[in-house]
Design a protein around this ligand. Structure first.
Ligand SMILES: [Zn+2]
Ligand SMILES: [Zn+2]
Length: 263
C-alpha cells in the first residue's frame, strides 16, 4: 500500500475510533452508549467483565497461571533453576477467548481502533484495583516496546507493541522509550520450542543507533527500571533476549516484562 494512502487510512481509522467507541462493543457489537460502568472504551460492561483475567495462583517469574490452590508466591517447574535476564513477567489476561480475538483483529486484520481498547486493558496491570503490586509500587517504569524488524514493519505498517505502550503511557504517566531495534528477520517461530526460539533470537536485537536529533538509547535507559511491552508472552524467548541487551549494553537497573496476554 503506498505510504500516503496508508497514512490517510491509518488516520481515518483512528478518527473513526472515537465514533466506534461510543457505538458498538468490539466483542458483542451491542451499543456501548448505555455502558456507563464500562471503564474501557470499545467494550460494553458485560464483555469487559467476561474477559479472561489472569489471577492467582501464577508463577512469580514467568506469570504462568496454574489450576488449583497453591498458597503464597511460587516458582513453576519450568522456571526453577533457570536464570532469566528479566526479573519477572506479568500479564493481566490469558490469551483466550475475547482477548485472543481482539489481539488477532488488531494485529492481522488492521482494526487499528482496537489499539486504544487494548492499551487501556494493558494499563490495568499498572494502575487500579487489578494492578500487579510489583508494578503499581512505582510510576517510574520506562515502557520499552518489543521492536519489529523493518521488513515486518513495512508489511504490517505499525508495531503493535509500540501502539500498546503509547496508549498505556497516556493513561499511566509512564514514558515510552523506543530504544530497541530488531536486526534479524525471524519467521516460523510459532513452531519452535523455547530452546530453539532462544537460539534463533540470539543477537536479533540491538540498541537503537545514535541519531543527532534524539537522546542515545544508553542515556535513556542507564540506571532505569524498564518494562518490556508486547502483546503476548509465550515461551519468553523474545523478552529474554530484549532484557539481555537492555542490561548488558544499556546499563538498565532492572528489567521486567508486561504483556497484554499470557499464552
Ligand atoms: Zn459487549
Ligand atoms: Zn514460571
Amino acid at each position: 500500500m503506498p505510504s500516503l494512502f496508508s497514512d490517510l487510512w491509518t488516520d481515518a481509522c483512528r478518527a473513526a475510533a472515537g465514533l466506534i467507541f461510543v457505538e458498538a462493543c468490539a466483542l458483542c457489537a451491542q451499543s456501548t452508549a448505555g455502558s456507563a460502568g464500562s471503564a474501557v472504551p470499545g467494550l460494553c460492561h458485560s464483555c469487559l467483565q467476561s474477559l479472561p483475567r489472569l489471577g492467582e495462583p501464577r508463577c512469580r517469574v514467568c506469570g504462568e497461571w496454574f489450576m488449583g490452590n497453591i498458597p503464597g508466591p511460587f516458582q513453576c517447574a519450568n522456571c526453577t533453576g533457570r536464570k532469566f535476564a528479566f526479573e519477572f513477567a506479568t500479564a493481566p489476561f490469558k490469551a483466550r477467548r475475547g482477548m485472543r480475538d481482539m489481539v488477532h483483529r488488531f494485529k492481522y486484520q488492521r482494526e487499528l481502533w482496537l489499539g486504544e481498547t487494548l492499551g487501556r486493558l494493558l494499563a490495568t496491570a499498572l494502575h487500579g484495583p487489578t494492578a500487579d503490586e510489583r508494578l503499581a509500587a512505582s510510576d517510574q517504569w520506562l515502557l520499552v516496546p518489543v521492536p519489529l524488524h523493518p521488513r515486518r514493519l513495512r508489511e504490517r505498517e505499525f508495531n503493535q507493541a509500540l501502539e500498546l505502550a503509547s496508549v498505556t503511557s497516556r493513561h499511566t504517566g509512564c514514558t515510552v522509550a523506543d530504544v530497541l531495534r530488531r536486526t534479524r528477520y525471524t519467521s516460523g517461530q510459532a513452531a519452535m520450542t523455547r530452546h530453539q526460539r532462544l537460539h534463533n533470537l540470539r543477537g536479533a536485537f540491538r540498541l537503537r543507533r545514535p541519531r543527532p536529533w534524539r537522546p542515545t538509547a544508553e542515556s535513556m535507559v542507564v540506571g532505569r527500571r524498564l518494562l518490556i511491552v508486547d502483546d503476548v508472552f509465550t515461551t519468553g524467548a523474545t523478552a529474554q533476549e530484549c532484557a539481555r541487551i537492555l542490561l548488558k549494553y544499556g546499563g538498565a537497573r532492572q528489567v521486567a516484562v508486561l504483556t497484554l496476554t499470557r499464552g
